[in-house]
Ligand binder design. Sequence first.
Ligand code: SF4
Length: 353
Amino acid sequence: MEEVETKKPKKTTTSSSRNCSTCNQRRAALKRPKTLEQICRECFYSVFEEEIHRVIVDNQLFKPGERVAIGASGGKDSTVLAYVLSELNRRHNYGLDLFLLSIDEGITGYRDDSLETVKRNEVQYGLPLKVVSYKDLYGWTMDDIVKIIGLKNNCTFCGVFRRQALDRGATLLKVDKLATGHNADDMAETILLNILRGDIARLGRCTSITTGEDGPIPRCKPFKYTYEKEIVIYPCLYVPLRIYSPNAYRGFAREFIKDLERIRPRAILDIIKSGENFRISTSTKMPEQGTCERCGYISSQKWCKACVLLDGLNRGLPKLGIGRTKGNDGHPKEKPINGTKNMQSKPCGTLDF
Ligand code: SF4
């Protein structure tokens, strides 16, 4: 695996004069954030990879012969996922055809570097790469959109477009599944956010390790139980800079999860377990899935979110469909299209990439 800037271990990973609690032979090199065990580097790599292998096997994430795209953003999670999946595929003969799938949002200075990382991964891991761009798919780059919409609701556009772009890229690659680098921390944050928002529909499905089985391409999360801190410790690359600021609400949830983790490392797994154990009342009305009348993508409304947003952009009404009820200048509000819902801003962390 590529030797690039590795984050320096902090307090939780201080070296010790004790022996490794796993092999009891080598000197412990770090304290595992997930279990607080003192462990040597070799055993850490081994348990890290083995735990992911067990998650894949126990949840039957893949079948032999499947074509699987790895959503590759160039960030630490997807880079480690690409490496670990290609290793496990070889080591355990999963029989998978793996591909890297990247999205170019058209954000100057953001994707340029991370796409370079993905291109290096393509060579290092020998995985074919497909890059799909917002410009090609929608006729707009995020830079163009930000010029019009500003920095307040840009993540709504970016997130909605990215989700569809991944599906479209996966369709072009003719893959059976899409694997994303969502980790246990992401999962715990999402559960908490859905509870805080009272979003029963999302709460019901956000803990599933595989989603979208009734949609065009199912998505799975092999890192569902993998701690972010361990992904950082595992030799990995840099974390790309996000030029446009992510939404603050998720930031609070993230901080809260980190605080809980400091007090009780198991808290992340506990939240996931609690989320998994939620049972949605059968009398709760759930949105019905249909298809967008415009593009044919799955949608519970007349038009999918991407088509609503795109229509607004193309008609010079960029705030259409993003929940604005009052213009900043006090001018009349833009009304959502009939049969479509308004949306709230959702940054990249919530967006399955
Ligand atoms: Fe897109 Fe994430 Fe940047 Fe928002 S923060 S514009 S979702 S890349």
